[in-house]
Design a protein around this ligand. Structure first.
Ligand code: NAI
Ligand code: SF4
Length: 521
């Protein structure tokens, strides 16, 4: 029998390695011959560790499995496939959470052994690169433009246009770079990590294609240090790709070169901002640079550089293999393709949901998420990370689309969705928004560095003066002015977007600012 047990951070933190040990121990006492494959997670995190048995009819899933369950599962006939054990979930592909998704980028997540080039190739791996090697640079860029792909880090800038800028950039020194932003720092997000741990070859292939498209022979993955397992898996995947001739000199006998290395960050949220990321990559302190010049023209070491998020680069192999139009066929309006939504916080079924743009937040929270984990009513949802707005229930029917969100004063960001139930104190959440900025500001500009500290103080006064209307109103006015200064006067999104959570909390949950709070630290 072939058994799949994930090796990614989520599954391992929930006991996947202990499950493997228990299996090996149990099976050493009987003569059953089994092969254990350490795949990546399917992204159905509430079912991890999710164990799958390969059968003639496809894979049968069991989850969440703990080491203590193993003897009973073996007794129930798990190795033969479907059993009547309560942890048996039936065919993996039929689990509605997975079946109802539109998985383009995450099609292979959990299906393959992340470190097996053969497995990757057997599932359309390197088809995009193969095609790209037969095209010229402009044709590759045109394919990406046709896909309508927009930056999945959060800013949604058209990827094809960014690549065109780098392709056209003239420079005395011909060296150009591809930099992958894998400093996934938004609250509740894990899609980048899932790509790197479940299907790292896809990212490698995407970066290699980007290199061919713009004429860059060197790439760096800037990875947050909080992802040690992703680092291990990426390093091993890069070594295999070099050995198999998909990276390094003379890729697949084409005469083209592309080299790739992983670099670790040091735990600063601001290093996810592209210019401070580049500073950090150059070995300096992660201070934001003023734009212009754009990194596309003067980026890493002053050279033309593509800086793309993991998910943007991970979408590229599909786009090249199947054609830009195949990707553009999904989505709505100017939001083409799919988005990897990440359900987290107080939610019953947390995990990754890849869907075409256009679904609603309510669908995600109810149909996929299954409501709150606490069983209480959901009250607020923060979409797009710590700088994203809090949405009340009246906004949960908005289509998940860049433009619709921006019209509603919200952002989709990197697709992180953090749910809160009705015990949340939104005044404290607003305070946290400012406090986060105090801690994470790079310090370069005053509205962000000083403004956020003043913001915490003003919110504290608002909470303390809840019953003194005159003083509270004066402080609310001050907070409004402060937010305006931060929005208009900050150099980057850190200071510029911190007012999002604060203002949305005030606008949609004013009652929480009117009562004396007992939870103030
Ligand atoms: P931006 O709008 O300044 O730029 C977006 C991207 O397009 C950048 O890479 C920029 O260099 C590029 N660009 C702009 N004009 C260009 C041109 N004419 N040619 C070529 N390239 C061009 O946004 P920024 O400051 O890079 O990012 C802000 C966004 O980041 C926010 O919208 C937020 O949602 C998101 N964000 C994401 C986080 C995460 O952890 N993924 C954390 C915090 C914010
Ligand atoms: Fe640095 Fe904040 Fe200014 Fe951004 S807004 S450059 S993080 S001080």
């Amino acid at each position: 029998a072939k058994i799949y047990i994930p090796r990614d951070t989520t599954a391992v933190s929930l006991g996947a390695n202990e499950v493997v040990d228990a299996l090996i121990q149990q099976l050493s006492t009987n003569s059953e011959s089994i092969e254990i494959v350490r795949n990546g997670s399917r992204g159905l995190f509430w079912l991890e560790p999710l164990l799958e048995i390969e059968t003639a009819e496809g894979r049968i899933a069991y989850g969440p499995v703990s080491a203590e369950d193993i003897p009973a599962l073996l007794d129930a006939g798990m190795l033969q496939g479907q059993s009547d054990h309560p942890l048996c979930l039936g065919p993996t592909d039929e689990i509605p959470y997975l079946k109802n998704q539109q998985r383009l980028t995450f099609a292979r997540a959990g299906l393959i052994d992340p470190l097996s080039i053969d497995d990757y190739r057997a599932h359309e791996g390197f088809d995009g690169l193969k095609r790209a090697l037969g095209l010229n640079a402009q044709q590759i860029v045109d394919e990406v433009k046709a896909s309508g792909l927009r930056g999945r880090g959060g800013a949604a800038f058209p990827t094809g246009i960014k690549w065109q800028t780098v392709l056209d950039a003239a420079s005395a020194n011909p060296q150009k770079y591809i930099v992958c932003n894998a400093d996934e720092g938004d609250s509740g997000t894990f899609a980048d990590r899932l790509v790197m741990e479940a299907d790292p070859m896809m990212l490698i292939e995407g970066m290699c294609i980007a290199g061919l498209a713009v004429g860059a022979s060197q790439g760096y993955i800037y990875l947050r240090s909080e992802y040690p397992l992703a680092k291990q898996i990426l390093d091993a995947a890069i070594d295999s790709a070099v050995t198999a001739g998909y990276l390094g000199d003379d890729i697949q006998g084409s005469g083209r070169d592309f080299h790739l290395e992983v670099r670790l960050g040091a735990g600063a949220y601001i290093c996810g901002e592209e210019t401070s990321l580049l500073e950090s990559l150059e070995g300096k302190r992660g201070l934001v640079r003023a734009k212009p010049p754009l990194p596309a023209l003067e980026g890493l070491f002053g050279q033309p550089t593509v800086v793309n998020n993991v998910l943007s680069l991970a979408a590229i192999p599909f786009i090249l293999a199947r054609g830009g139009q195949a990707y553009a066929d999904y989505g709505m309006g100017r939001s083409r393709g799919t988005q990897a939504f990440q359900l987290a916080g107080n939610i019953e079924r947390g995990g990754l949901v890849e869907l075409a743009f256009g679904a609603s937040l309510r669908q995600l929270l109810q149909e996929y998420g299954g409501g709150s984990a606490s069983g209480r009513a959901l009250r607020a949802v923060q979409v797009g990370g710590p700088l994203g707005a809090y949405l009340p229930e009246s906004q949960w029917d908005l289509p998940l689309d860049y433009e619709a969100f921006s019209e509603a004063g919200a952002v989709l960001g990197h697709g992180g969705i953090v749910a809160f139930d009705d015990t949340v104190d939104m005044a404290q959440q607003a305070r946290f928004g400012m406090e986060f900025c105090v801690v994470e500001s790079c310090g370069k500009c005053t509205p962000c560095r000083i403004g956020s500290t003043r913001g915490v103080e003003v919110i504290d006064r608002i909470i303390a003066d809840a019953s003194d209307h005159k003083s509270r109103d004066a402080n609310l006015e001050l907070l409004d002015e402060l937010c305006e200064t931060m929005e208009d006067g900050s150099l980057c999104a850190m200071g510029g977007m911190t007012p999002n959570p604060v203002r949305s909390a005030l606008r949609h949950f004013p009652e929480d600012f009117a009562k004396p709070s007992s939870t103030q630290p």
